[in-house]
Design a protein around this ligand. Structure first.
Ligand code: SF4
Length: 149
């Protein structure tokens, strides 16, 4: 009897797969991400949070990044000064919901994004150590996050 192939579901930042969802609508070169036994579920937390593409860039207001923002102790603002914290948190929650629905235990995420960054994010035009809002929420809920440049 033929055995069904086991595939692990993994979330991937949609922009890494060539989707036009970046703030400036730029299409990135598609990364060769999955392992042979992985099934990709593309997600863009910022679009899931209701933000349009294109959109003005967003960044953390100060050194309080994803973890703090998730717990009401920091803000994300747009280049034009709009408070986008709610949209980012909503996008993170929807991404977690998707991960739970499909049973994903791992996420490949775009480094430096205020949603998806795993180690580095922006405060204004400066890169600082920190974590994006979605990356922080996934990590808090036991999902392995893997940084992709
Ligand atoms: S880095 Fe994340 S939030 Fe930003 S465009 Fe890519 S998938 Fe969307």
């Amino acid at each position: 009897m033929k055995q069904a192939k086991h595939t692990e579901k993994v979330l991937v930042s949609a922009c890494l797969l060539g989707y036009r969802c970046r703030y400036n609508a730029e299409v990135l070169e598609k990364r060769n991400i999955p392992e042979p036994d992985e099934t990709i579920i593309p997600v863009c937390p910022e679009e899931l949070g209701g933000l349009p593409t294109p959109r003005s860039p967003s960044f953390f207001e100060d050194s309080r990044t994803g973890r703090e923002v998730l717990h009401g102790n920091g803000r994300i603002v747009s280049e034009t000064g709009k408070n986008r914290t709610t949209a980012f948190i909503n996008g993170a929650k929807k991404t977690l919901e998707i991960a739970r629905d499909v049973g994903a235990g791992k996420a490949y995420l775009k480094e430096r994004s205020p949603s998806c960054g795993c180690h580095t994010v922006y405060v204004g035009e400066s890169q600082v150590p920190g974590i994006g809002v979605t990356a922080a929420l996934l990590k808090e809920n036991g999902i392995q996050i893997i940084s992709v440049e």
